[in-house]
Design a binder for this molecule. Structure first.
Ligand SMILES: [Zn+2]
Ligand SMILES: [Zn+2]
Length: 175
């Protein structure tokens, strides 16, 4: 899940859902992606907007669901293991075969399942230039995508710092 750090030359970034998973509901997934970006936007001077254009390469950040080999330097390994990665510092690829949980207010239902929202927040962090953190409470901890303490039940204003991690927020603000 490592990414090449990237300094975007703009604070207004567009994103596009480039390829859907046939196993998930598009509206639910779109909502989660919007929420993931809004969490970052709430802690740093960044603005994210959705692009609906069907053409490839029309957004700063392309998000897509893929399986196995998928026209990328990396290939997916099925359920478990690699759940997502960033590509060319401008795309987030997610493994379709992963057991992805869309509900974000309860622990994962089954072993090996991954919270999609948490996965998205983590991968966006990579695109914003963040590496992995050794702090268990940080969203950038490598295994943070499986755990989901009931943070989102807290008052909204206190969620981002508790979820993302103070070091990460400082780094993104300094970009
Ligand atoms: Zn990672
Ligand atoms: Zn890929």
């Amino acid at each position: 899940m490592d990414a090449e750090p990237r300094r975007f030359d703009t604070r207004n970034l567009s994103w596009r859902l480039a390829r859907m998973s046939e196993r998930l509901n598009r509206n639910q997934v779109t909502k989660l992606i919007r929420r993931a970006f809004s969490l970052w936007a709430s802690v740093a001077p960044l603005r994210f907007s959705q692009v609906f254009n069907e053409q490839e390469g029309t957004a700063d950040i392309e998000i897509g669901f893929y399986r196995g080999s998928h026209n990328c330097q990396r290939r997916f390994d099925g359920p478990g293991g690699d759940a997502a990665h960033t590509q060319a510092a401008s795309a987030i690829h997610i493994d379709i075969e992963e057991e992805l949980q869309l509900s974000d207010n309860r622990p994962v239902r089954q072993r090996g399942a991954v919270h999609l929202l948490r996965l998205l927040v983590h991968e966006i962090g990579h695109l914003l230039g963040l590496g992995h953190s050794s702090h268990l409470s940080s969203i950038m901890h490598p295994s943070s995508v499986n755990a989901w303490p009931a943070l989102l039940r807290r008052p909204t204003s206190r969620v981002p710092a508790a979820l993302i991690g103070r070091d990460e927020i400082r780094l993104v603000r300094e970009r």
